[in-house]
Write a protein that binds this ligand. Structure first.
Ligand code: DX5
Ligand code: ZN
Length: 215
């Protein structure tokens, strides 16, 4: 059974309390929180202040996805805000190993996100040091985009790399996950499904989450 991580980026920010309550009641496992800086990605979302509010609104795992440059400057702030998992982009980190050490030493789980054009092989030498790989199945920056089909072969390749070394690293798929493609994504070897518009544009988000969970 996959871990379901709704992305609050697609929530209604004028009724965040209601949306958090809905997720708390649902079978959602994690809150996926998308932080964007307008530099690494062409969009700006929110920072540690809002993460702190989400932290207070749920006891579920806060999975913070940093789409920002120089994430090392902010790791401590996100720890203070209550992040359980902190994910940085490999493309934003010339000293990725140092970023991972920093996240772990602050007591968070460490994730590494990879853009659609980035080969999985670049993860080889850090795989044993991290808890999660976030495979971007869209170009990061916006919710509601179409799933890039090439992601399926990347999931399979990464699953093989993880299993060959008997590692305990979760594969998270982020972007364009729908009730139609979720099964294929899980079958390829994914552990965590991020879903923004699929959940929040649904007429019955609780049922949509339950359906994703049942796959
Ligand atoms: C994209 C974000 C995703 C996004 C997913 O930059 O990292 O988490 O919110 O949204 P959907 O599920 O609508 O593609
Ligand atoms: Zn994300």
């Amino acid at each position: 059974m996959a871990i379901i991580a709704p992305s609050l980026l697609s929530a209604n920010f004028l009724q965040l309390k209601d949306d958090c309550d809905m997720l708390n009641k649902s079978q959602a496992d994690w809150f996926h929180l998308d932080v964007m800086d307008g530099r690494f990605v062409p969009n700006i979302s929110f920072g540690p202040m809002l993460v702190e509010f989400f932290r207070k609104a749920t006891t579920k795992i806060c999975d913070v996805h940093l789409m920002i440059e120089e994430p090392g400057n902010y790791a401590e702030a996100f720890k203070k805000a209550g992040a359980d998992i902190l994910t940085v982009h490999i493309e934003a980190c010339p000293h990725l190993h140092r970023n991972i050490q920093q996240i772990k030493s602050l007591g968070m789980q460490a994730g590494v996100a990879v853009n659609p054009h980035t080969p999985i092989s670049l993860l080889k030498d850090v795989l044993k040091d991290i808890d999660l790989v976030c495979l971007m199945s869209v170009n990061p920056g916006f919710g509601g985009q179409l799933f890039i089909p090439n992601t399926i072969q990347k999931i399979k390749q990464l699953r093989t790399m993880i299993d060959e070394q008997s590692l305990n690293v979760k594969i998270e798929i982020d972007g364009g996950v729908t009730e139609q493609n979720a099964q294929q994504i899980i079958a390829a070897g994914a552990d965590v499904l991020v879903a923004g518009s699929t959940v929040f544009k649904s007429s019955n988000p609780i049922a949509t989450i339950a359906n994703l969970k049942s796959m």
